[in-house]
Ligand binder design. Structure first.
Ligand SMILES: Nc1ncnc2c1ncn2[C@@H]1O[C@H](COP(=O)(O)OP(=O)(O)OP(=O)(O)O)[C@@H](O)[C@H]1O
Length: 440
């Protein structure tokens, strides 16, 4: 009774779509003195509810005057997905049967959780505009990147947004492998008609991940090629992801390659230091970890590329800190970072200062001194220039290492850039030093 009453209030408080999508599937399975147990289709569903609606649900329960004020979310009894869904079972109401299963979507891979920087701004804005059907990028978007740089995150974000804004959209989210297996099953069981109907007729947006895995799978490539043609020609939306650009895919037919390149092709680059800082801060909050700013800096400085490594470092930090029942300190952060990135050394301005000093036979101490002698100023300026070029340190950090402020570093960069443009011997010297820096 109490849940029925609460649902009435939630119905008034939420839009029809949101209510149908997120509240209706919840089933009250138990009421205890202080808690109401609600069962949902799966744990992803639970996570989404916890993040977005738990407060409101509890508020409405309170308004209904129940003594049970707390909500405990649990999963409905896990059952294998039935081939033919029983009425309403484990399927979101109002959502067409053949839309993506929400359980395939990670609840936290949303636009809100995605940190945007120079490295991914185009992919991000293209996904945003596809998710609201803006016609900025055309119907087909291809995103490629190395591992762990956010392709799935963005693709899921598109799906979340579409499902939340317009749940009636027929959206299919599959990996290329799943698409291939489904097609093979269709061929083997003589149900290709059904397969074609699902993707050609009953699909408004298609999201296919990891198309590089179709290497050598001629038949699947043909099928997907034909499907892309149908969807794109009829103005429906497609997002494809892969580990490399279409031109670099191996074992892919030219026709299919060209079809995939027909719309916007964009790559996500490894995140720059500013984006990494924001990612570390955001993920720390997600993992309920309170981190001092200097440790956020340390993690962002040292963990580059694959963002999964940031997550594993944070998980390890939390686990180790709680085992030790102590605060997080620099030693612990260092230990965790080196276990995540191995012994890969991160280039610093201090290392570059040492190298340049030894090449010019000037001590680091002299470079840090106030001396304006040319034998000291030039190596100092070169060290600053190379530090800016090869490390992620800020101008202020580089300056600090040489006992100067950021404007001196800016000036040094200008001087050295001018010299390399004018003086071939300085240019040659810098090339030589650059090679040595790269070997550090
Ligand atoms: N810009 C970003 N902001 C916040 N988190 C990010 C960002 N980019 C990636 N991540 C996180 O990094 C992890 C890996 O991302 P994701 O799975 O999307 O990578 P991927 O490019 O699809 O990798 P793969 O090619 O290995 O499948 C996820 O936890 C994701 O949330």
């Amino acid at each position: 009774m109490i849940w029925e009453k609460t649902k009435e209030r939630l119905k008034d408080a939420l839009t029809e779509n949101v209510y149908a999508l997120w509240i209706e599937p919840l089933e009250c399975v138990q009421v205890q003195a202080d808690a109401l147990f609600l069962a949902s289709p799966d744990r992803y569903f639970n996570a989404y509810i916890s993040q977005h609606y738990l407060g409101l649900i509890e508020e409405k329960i309170k308004e209904c005057g129940a003594s049970a004020r707390k909500v405990v979310l649990c999963e409905k009894e896990a059952k294998p997905l039935p081939v033919k869904l029983a009425k309403g079972q484990m399927r979101l109401p109002s959502v067409p049967e053949n839309t993506t299963r929400l359980r395939a979507l990670h609840p936290r891979y949303t636009f809100d959780e995605f940190m945007v920087g120079d490295c991914n701004i185009l992919a991000h804005s293209a996904c945003r505009s596809i998710s609201v059907s803006e016609d900025l990028v055309g119907p087909c978007l291809y995103i490629n990147s190395g591992t762990g740089l956010g392709k799935s995150h963005l693709t899921h974000a598109v799906a979340h947004k579409i499902i939340a804004d317009s749940p009636m959209t027929r959206l299919h989210y599959v990996t290329a492998q799943q698409f291939a297996s489904e097609m093979v099953r269709g061929i083997q069981s003589n149900t290709m008609d059904q397969f074609k109907r699902k993707y050609h007729d009953n699909c408004d947006i298609l999201l296919v991940e990891d198309v590089h895995s179709l290497t050598g799978k001629k038949k699947t490539q043909e099928e997907l090629n034909e499907l892309l043609d149908t969807l794109v020609k009829s103005g429906r939306r497609v997002i494809l992801t892969a580990n490399s650009a279409p031109r670099d895919l191996v074992g892919i037919d030219d026709e299919f390659r060209s079809r995939m390149s027909a719309g916007l092709v964009t790559s996500i680059k490894p995140p720059d230091i500013d984006t990494r800082l924001r990612i570390v801060s955001r993920k720390a909050v997600q993992h309920q970890l309170v981190l001092e700013e200097r440790y956020v800096d340390y993690l962002a400085q040292h963990i580059r590329g694959d963002i999964r490594k940031v997550e594993s470092a944070l998980i390890a930090l939390r686990a180790k800190a709680s085992l030790r029942k102590g605060d997080i300190d620099l030693d612990l952060v260092r230990e965790v970072v080196s276990s995540v990135v191995g012994h890969q050394q991160v280039l610093t301005s201090a290392m570059i200062g040492d190298l340049v000093g030894s090449q010019f036979k000037v001590s680091v101490k002299d470079m840090q001194s106030r001396s304006r002698k040319k034998v000291v100023t030039f190596p100092r300026q070169v060290a600053m220039y190379l530090s800016r070029k090869y490390t992620d340190e800020s101008l202020a950090d580089i300056g600090r290492n040489f006992n100067r402020d950021h404007s001196t570093v800016l000036h040094a960069i200008k001087v050295v850039t001018n010299l390399t443009n004018r003086d071939t011997s300085v240019n040659a010297q810098l090339n030589l030093l650059s090679d040595k820096v790269k070997q550090l």
